[in-house]
Write a protein of this length. Structure first.
Length: 128
């Protein structure tokens, strides 16, 4: 998202108009960790303050960043996509502060079989 002079006014208007439609939630995706331009924090803030229902953020989140966004009231929910692929036990890893796997086989996305989707291992606790 390239900033332009009227960006703040545009997203203020959109958030307010979406309220009028009764939209239950907005899911704002920031793909900057994949090379896209970053969604400016000012825009996230405008949407957060103007949109009155549930705001879901996603894109490049880890546990710490997600918790900070929730604690700072920047979002109601944080969505995780790619981390669930290579961490089938993502919730357990986060709850137990276990390390996340960063071995994501992007070249196997959208394949015609389970390879790269259901063959990632769960975390093994070290033996004492």
């Amino acid at each position: 998202m390239s900033p332009y002079p009227e960006i703040a006014e545009t997203y203020t208007y959109l958030a307010e108009e979406l309220n009028k439609l009764g939209i239950v939630y907005l899911h704002l995706v920031d793909h900057s960790d994949m090379g896209a331009p970053e969604v400016p924090s000012e825009i996230k803030g405008i949407i957060r303050t103007r949109f009155k229902n549930t705001l879901i953020l996603s894109g490049g989140y880890d546990r710490e960043k997600a918790e900070a966004e929730i604690e700072n009231c920047q979002a109601d929910l944080i969505a995780f996509g790619r981390p669930f692929i290579n961490n089938p036990d993502l919730l357990k890893r986060m709850l137990n502060h276990w390390p996340l796997s960063h071995d994501l086989k992007k070249d196997q996305f959208y394949s015609a079989n389970a390879i790269g989707y259901t063959d990632y291992p769960v975390y093994k606790t070290p033996n004492p």
